[in-house]
Each structure stands twice: as C-alpha cells, then as structure tokens.
Design a protein around this ligand. Structure first.
Ligand code: XMP
Length: 477
C-alpha cells in the first residue's frame, strides 16, 4: 500500500514557548528579506488581488514597512500608472520637478497645478535655469488669470536653494529656518537639478519604518502572468519604477513558468523576480535553480480559494511552507508564505516554519485602502473580496484585456464574496505586528532569523484547538 504522509496547517499546531531574554516585545526586530536584494521593515506583503492591492493600498503598506504587489487586471498603461502613483507619493529628492515658463499665464499655471496634483511649480525661461517659484499662495488673490507667471512668482533672488550635496538634515534645517516648503536644488550655473519638499521630509519623519528606494520613493511590486502581454507588461512596470516583479500563476511549478522566467530574464535584465506559487520542496528547488529572487508558497490555502475543491490538489499550508523553505534556504532564496493567514498567530507560525514574509489577501480586503466601494446593509458595512481565479475576475480580464476566451468554459478556482469593512489598514497592521512581536518574545527571538531557528511546533487535537480560542463564555448579543 502506498504511504500517505500527514500534512498540517496553521490551526493544527502551536509553538512551544521558550525561556525569553526579551524584556519587552519592542526589542523584537521585524526586518526581513522580501527578495535577494529587497528588504522589508515588517514581513507583510499585500496580495496582487484586485480587491486588495492598488496604489492606495501600496502607499499605505510601504509607509508601514511592508509592500504591496499591484494586481494586473487592467490595461498595461493603467498598470504602469498605478506603479508611478506610488513612486510619486513621496521622494527624498524629486529629480525632475514640474516647471512652467515665465511667459505662461496664471490661468495656465492653475490648470497645470490642478491636473498634476502639486502645490506649486518651479519657474524657468526656455531652459532649465531657475527663475522663480510659483506657489498657490502667490496667485490665490490674483484676480486676472491673464497675468504672466513672471508678474506674480517669487523671483530667484528671493529664493533659498540647495546644491548638489544638500542632504536630508540640511534641507530640513533650511526649511525650518526660512519657513519655506520647497527647496529647489541647483548646480553652479543655476540649472535645476532637483527639488526637496517639506511634505516629503514630513513623510520621512512620520513613517520611520517606510520602505524606500535610494531616491526616497516608496517601494512597490507589480505582477505579471506567463502568457499574452506579460513581457510587455513586465517591461512597462519596471520602466514605471516597480521594485519587484511577481510572476504569479496558480501552478508555478510548471513548464510555462520556466519559459516565462527565461524570457523575463532576457527582457528585464536584473529586475528582482518573485515566482510562484508552489507547495513542495521540488517546486521550490526548480524555481531556485531557475534563478528567481524569491519564491511564493501556497496552493489553495487562501480565503477565497476553491482550488483544492475543484482540482483535489494542494498541500496544507504549514507543511508546504516548511518543505519549500527548507529547500529554498539551501539556495539563499527568501520565501513568501502566501494565503491562509487569518490572525497574527498564523504569521508567527508561517515565519517559524521558515518563511521570510507573508502575503495577505482576505485579511487586508475590506480595509479603507483596498479597492472598491463600501456597501451598507443595515448597520453593517462591507467591501467585496474575490479570488483572482473567480468568475468575476475572468469577466474583468475579458473586458479589460480583450482576452478571447469563451466565458462559459471558465472553471473558477476562486469565489467572490464580501468581508466586513475594517477601517484604516494601519490599525489592522499595527495589531498584526504587535502579535508577531509578542510571538517572537515567547520564542526568545530578537529577529526573524532567530524566529525561524527557534520555533518548535506541537501538533494539537480539536480539543486543543477549542481551548486555544475564547471559550465557555456567554454570547451576549
Ligand atoms: P488569503 O488567505 O490571504 O490568500 O486571502 C490570498 C492568496 O490567495 C491566492 N488566490 C487564489 N487562490 N483561487 C485560488 O486558489 C483564487 O481565485 C485566488 N485568488 C487569490 C493568492 O495566492 C493570494 O495571494
């Protein structure tokens, strides 16, 4: 008879507490690796589902120390614009600030400012030499929109500027000393080489855990499939500034994936590429050998997944993560545990099983920053949450990407439902990270690497599982 091994998921186990040397959970450091080259300050990634990750979620997640992978169920142009929106949300230095010519009118300037969502413009004349600044306060009381910018701007001789070597601290000091909100940077010939804004400095101070790139821009990922427009999409996403690319298909341990990875390497050079999903050591090994920069693990554990019901395939998530992570470790490739995380304890278990970060879908759907409208029924509020392989998303792909697919042949592996409205994602992530840090303290782990090494699990019974939640209380409605 064939041997059938046992595989477990998060609810099947608990972590054995250990003597702890942490005096407070604030000593637990949540910094981790997303890919070989990209780090995160908290190990949380928002899923590339169309009810979870667009630019609003991505800006919030990166500021909190995580990252979002923006979904791909939109045109390539829209997809690139979503990435650019995140990259423009904050900067250390704006390398190519918007400018306006001295001879344009105030009306033209107002329209430009409104269209680009900025609070002011640097003024030039025919070249990139700085002639002044036009801020809203310069024209707020100007009645005649036909006046020229030159007549109302703050001229060059009154401006405080920085140079090539102006750093964050110096810029902040100048802004405080002169009570200014914009510091243009110019070279020896007064040509504009950048701009530092007070908003950007405020953001850098307000979000100390924010994950930023070398220019101070928030980091963000984009996702692609393995056929159709995926190569063109990948190139446009990288051009728009995506820090990582996720090649995301339901069965990532497949020939189609390996072909796509080869093509992506040819076209996108050294982009950081995350591939998945797999659920086995073999799958992890082959992706590592194909040269990926991180692996996404999980076949069927997600909130909205019905892959296991439809196909009979999958591996309970704790075992899948353990086996894939043990293998990936040999190659130095980070692992993302994707799906099935319902509570902070599951994050501790996923990382304890060897993952470097977790990807969340259903848990983040329903937050203020997730795409979609809030629906009210009685006194309750909801938002939609749906699987990427649901019928609703197949319809969206058909409409947006003009896929030539007969919808009656679609076999959905995901469902569409609603989740309670949860308010700002920062509150939820705060609770998750708090729980993670407590879990690190119970296991005597100062770092995620220690958590990966220190975790010993016990398998529990249904009685142990019942005992683990609040129980034997009166439910007062
Ligand atoms: P959670 O549990 O966080 O899981 O909601 C999110 C992950 O689920 C995967 N996903 C799907 N899996 N059918 C599936 O079998 C689907 O339609 C589907 N949509 C998303 C995906 O890996 C996501 O990150």
């Amino acid at each position: 008879m064939r041997h059938i091994p046992l595989a477990l998921t998060y609810d099947d186990v608990l972590i054995i507490p250990k003597r702890s040397t942490l005096f407070s959970r604030s000593e637990a450091i949540t910094k981790t690796r997303l890919t070989k080259k990209v780090n995160l300050n908290i190990p949380i990634v928002s899923s590339n589902m169309d009810t979870v990750s667009e630019s609003e979620m991505a800006i919030a997640m990166a500021r909190l120390g995580g990252i979002s992978i923006i979904h791909r169920f939109m045109t390539i142009e829209e997809n690139a614009e979503e990435i650019k929106r995140v990259k423009r949300a904050q900067n250390f230095i704006v390398p190519d600030p918007y400018t306006i010519d001295v001879n344009k009118t105030v009306g033209e300037a107002k329209r430009f400012i409104a269209a680009h969502g900025v609070s002011g413009l640097l003024v030039t004349s025919g070249d990139r030499r700085l002639r002044g600044i036009l801020s809203k306060r310069d024209f707020v009381f100007v009645k005649d929109d036909n006046q020229f910018v030159e007549q109302v701007m703050t001229p060059r001789e009154k401006l405080i500027v920085g140079g090539r070597n102006t750093n964050f601290v110096e810029a902040k000091e100048k802004m405080m000393m002169y009570k200014i909100e914009k510091l243009p940077l110019v070279d020896e010939n007064d040509f504009i080489i950048g701009l530092i804004t007070a908003d950007d400095i405020k953001n850098l101070t307000e979000y100390p855990l924010a994950n930023i790139d070398s220019s101070g821009r928030l980091i963000v990922g984009g996702s692609v499939g393995v056929h159709g427009d995926y190569l063109e999409r990948a190139q446009e996403l990288v051009k728009a500034g995506a820090d990582v690319l996720v090649v995301d298909i339901a069965h990532g341990h497949s020939e189609m994936m390996f072909n796509a990875l080869k093509n992506l390497r040819d076209k996108c050079g050294d982009a950081q590429v995350i591939a998945g999903n797999v659920a086995t050591a073999d799958g992890a090994r082959e992706l590592c050998e194909a040269g990926v920069d991180a692996i996404k693990v999980g076949v069927g554990p997600g909130t909205i997944c019905i892959t296991r019901l439809v196909t009979g395939c999958g591996v309970p998530q704790l075992t899948a993560v353990m086996e894939a992570a043990d293998m990936a470790k040999k190659y130095g490739v980070p692992v993302i545990a994707d799906g099935g995380i319902q509570k902070s304890g599951d994050i501790v278990k996923a990382l304890g099983a060897g993952a470097d970060s977790v990807m969340l879908g259903g848990l983040l759907a329903g937050t203020k920053e997730s795409p979609g409208v809030i629906m009210s029924r009685g006194d309750k509020k909801y938002k939609v949450c749906r699987g990427s392989a649901s019928f609703a998303v197949a319809q969206r792909r058909q409409a947006v990407q003009q896929e030539n697919k007969n919808l009656s042949e679609v076999v959905p592996e995901g469902v569409e439902s609603v989740v309670p409205y949860k308010g700002p994602v920062a509150d939820l992530v705060g609770q998750l990270v708090g729980g993670l840090k407590s879990g690190m303290s119970y296991t005597n782990s100062h770092t995620i690497a220690e958590l990966q090494n220190n975790t010993d699990f016990v398998q529990i019974t249904s009685a142990g599982s019942r005992e683990s939640g609040a129980h034997d209380l009166i439910d007062v409605k």
